[in-house]
Design a binder for this molecule. Structure first.
Ligand code: HPA
Length: 275
């Protein structure tokens, strides 16, 4: 796809979504696998399935609703993605990050990314929550190809992808609400197969604390477009080789363990940030 096609696609999706709402949310939230329930509890202004947005990729994974929810948390409007698309579903990487770019065009300034992940750090348990402090991206870089200059520059800096001030807010909420919150480095691979134990040992030596199949590419696209990013991984299982066989069902089952705490972190975060 050349530059004009991709730019057109982003703009078409943006105009299509914008024509359906007249809200200007400045905070975007992506709810990962098994974490979509949070959106159901919100006071909703509009619900738009991804399929209703022109040119938008529609996900195929169970545990992902696949819709935008425009809602309010306190008095702040937020744009929630209930489910995302993944590279392993067969979409080009430009489609995987299209929603992030559309959010940027809609005026979103702060993006809160969540995911279900395998725990690599030995201190983690099924049900732990981890504030993402950095990532290792082993999936193709989403910025490969002609640069969309209207979104951002060719060689964006990635020294602090996950904004320190935003994670300080998460830790302050965790302290006040008594939520155990770990911190660590997220490793994104493509999936869809889970990792081998040897791959997990490699990731551990490289400094990774959790592994999953999303998020880093979205964070890269978000930083490219100038958004501030926060991220939380919900540990749905211990990584391969740590005992149990892995299954996607873990992801939906484990959600029961952390969904209340994650909901408190997200709501507290939205209430506290100034955007
Ligand atoms: N590996 C990769 N992705 C995942 C995992 C895992 O163990 N758990 C949830 N998503």
């Amino acid at each position: 796809m050349d530059k004009t096609d991709e730019t057109d696609k982003i703009q078409t999706a943006y105009l299509s979504l914008k024509s359906k709402i007249d809200l200007k949310p400045r905070i975007g939230i992506v709810l990962g696998s098994g974490l979509g329930d949070f959106a159901d509890s919100l006071q909703k202004d509009a619900v738009i399935p991804y399929g209703a947005v022109k040119g938008f990729p529609v996900g195929t994974v169970s545990g992902h609703a696949g819709r935008f929810v425009f809602a309010r948390i306190g008095d702040k409007p937020v744009l929630v993605m209930q489910g995302r698309v993944h590279y392993y579903e067969g979409y080009p990487m430009s489609d995987v990050v299209l929603p992030v770019r559309v959010m940027a065009l809609l005026g979103v300034k702060v993006l809160f990314l969540t995911n279900a992940a395998g725990g690599i750090n030995r201190a983690f348990r099924k049900g732990s929550l981890m504030a993402i402090t950095d990532h290792i991206c082993a999936a193709p870089n989403p910025l490969i190809g002609p640069n969309s200059d209207f979104l951002g520059k060719r060689f964006p800096d990635m020294t602090e992808v996950y904004d320190r001030k935003l994670s300080d807010i998460l830790f302050a909420i965790a302290r006040e609400e008594n939520i155990p919150l770990q911190r660590g480095v997220y490793y994104q691979c493509t999936g869809p197969s889970f990792e081998t134990p040897a791959e997990i040992r490699m990731m551990e030596r490289m400094g990774a604390d959790a592994v999953g199949m999303s998020t880093a590419v979205e964070a890269i696209a978000a930083r490219h477009a100038g958004l501030r990013v926060a991220g939380v991984s919900a540990i749905s299982n211990l990584a391969a080789g740590f005992g149990e066989e892995l299954s996607h069902n873990d992801v939906t089952e484990a959600a029961k363990l952390y969904k209340d705490n994650l909901a408190k972190l997200i709501s507290g975060f939205v209430e506290r940030i100034e955007v």
